[in-house]
Ligand binder design. Structure first.
Ligand SMILES: Cc1cc2nc3c(=O)[nH]c(=O)nc-3n(C[C@H](O)[C@H](O)[C@H](O)COP(=O)(O)O)c2cc1C
Length: 392
């Protein structure tokens, strides 16, 4: 029987499925529910030192459904980080760790661009016994006005600076959560790892405008007739998340079992940070979705919107689906297939070269031309020789 047990940055998770930062990890009650249902770990809703600056609006979500169906495929939010006081969160972290000592609890933290603030939030939060930090360098809306979230995450220099402040103070593993609202996600990823982070998480939501109501002519979600661009999540973003995880994993782990690609597309590049971890996020709702992220190098897989749509019981389907995939292929552990599919990415020039090679071989076979010495046959020897002559 395969095992889903996952080891990452010194932490042991019963399975690789983590509640991603957001409403499903927004207070002690719901975090407790996640542990009861069997989630591998929980990342809290993002917290900051001064919650009084956080003022949410309602409505703050808008959904995209598949044409002609009730199925939700895209989800936009204009929600901010937690509006609950920092001290309340510290009490709840202690309480959760007392009730679920083996539950892996990761605190998502965010601060303004000030060294003292980052050091204070790290030191006071880690005293509660949380197991790791995720740095929110990535929320695309609301907080960039205060130079927080994606405003930091899109600038590799700021990322490196903030991560090095945090890593100086942190005694537990630190993951940097990256924004997809950038052309080259590898640049801030590399900066965070260079500063000492143990791992990367990607992706946060994609900046979006969900739609315009054609009756009122107002953008959605509409608050007193107005709106702002928000963060897009759910299964519609999965292909973008897969691409970004592929890019980050290629930078971190490089070749391995034969992964990408030098400029001629033929040889493997060495990884730059093979000992760091990668947590994938974006549109996961099934074990098969998760398997794809692990095949691209992720150790763990986070789910946020999926829990808002299907509830905490989704963990059963996630585990069963991933186990069924592993059984089908004879994989015993997550590491047996982690990163396996990276080797099949290459350059476009190499695709063209491979296709030309296959076509040439097919043409030779069609025309009965011998291209390998093993193809010579005694009774067709003369005929085969004739076919190889070019100037008759
Ligand atoms: C309503 C909502 C609130 C979120 N709040 C946070 C947050 O506080 N901190 C954070 O790092 N990410 C937050 N996220 C982003 C998610 O953690 C995740 O990165 C993103 O939604 C993509 O994953 P998904 O498709 O599984 O939701 C939020 C997402 C949603 C939908």
């Amino acid at each position: 029987m395969p095992t889903l047990e996952t080891h990452v940055d010194g932490l042991t998770l019963p399975n690789p499925f983590i509640i991603g930062s957001g409403p499903p990890g927004t207070n002690a009650k719901v975090i407790g529910m996640a542990f009861e249902k069997g989630w591998g770990a929980v990342i809290s809703k993002t917290i900051s030192l001064d919650a009084s600056k956080v003022v949410n609006v309602a409505p703050r979500y808008a959904r995209m459904r598949a044409q002609g169906s009730r199925e939700v495929i895209g989800w936009e939010n204009i929600e901010l980080i937690s509006d609950r006081p920092f001290d309340t969160w510290l009490d709840e972290f202690r309480q959760i760790k007392a009730t679920y000592p083996r539950g892996v609890l990761i605190a998502s933290i965010m601060e303004e661009y000030q060294k003292d603030a980052w050091i204070e939030i790290v030191e006071r939060t880690q005293e509660t016994g949380v197991d790791a930090f995720e740095l929110n360098l990535s929320c695309p809306h609301g907080l960039p006005e205060r130079r927080m979230g994606a405003a930091m995450g899109e600038d590799p220099e700021l990322v490196e600076q903030v991560c090095s402040w945090v890593c100086q103070a942190a005694k537990i593993p630190v993951w940097a959560k990256l924004t997809p609202n950038i052309t080259h996600i590898v640049d801030p990823g590399r900066a965070a790892l260079r500063a000492g982070c143990n791992g990367l998480s990607a992706i946060n939501t994609i900046l979006s405008v969900m739609g315009i109501d054609l009756e009122t002519l107002r953008p959605q979600p509409t608050v007193e007739g107005y709106s702002v661009p928000g963060g897009y999540s759910c299964k519609a973003i999965r292909p973008i998340a897969l691409r970004m995880i592929m890019e980050l994993a290629t930078m971190m782990y490089g070749g391995g079992s034969g992964a990408p690609i030098s400029t001629d597309g033929t040889s493997a590049l060495p990884g730059e940070m093979p000992d760091r971890s990668l947590s994938a996020i974006g549109g996961v709702e099934t074990g098969e979705d998760a398997a794809q992220f692990i095949l691209l190098g992720a150790q763990t897989v986070q789910v946020c919107t999926g829990v808002m749509i299907h509830g905490y019981k989704l963990i059963d389907e996630l585990c069963n689906g991933l186990l069924a995939f592993m059984q089908k292929h004879g994989f015993e552990t997550i590491d047996d297939f982690r990163g396996h599919s990276l080797q099949f990415f290459t350059t476009h020039a190499e695709l063209v070269r491979r296709q030309a090679e296959v076509k040439a071989a097919e043409r030779a076979a069609r025309e009965g031309m011998v291209t390998k010495d093993t193809a010579w046959e005694g009774d067709k020897f003369v005929e085969q020789s004739d076919r190889l002559v070019s100037n008759d």
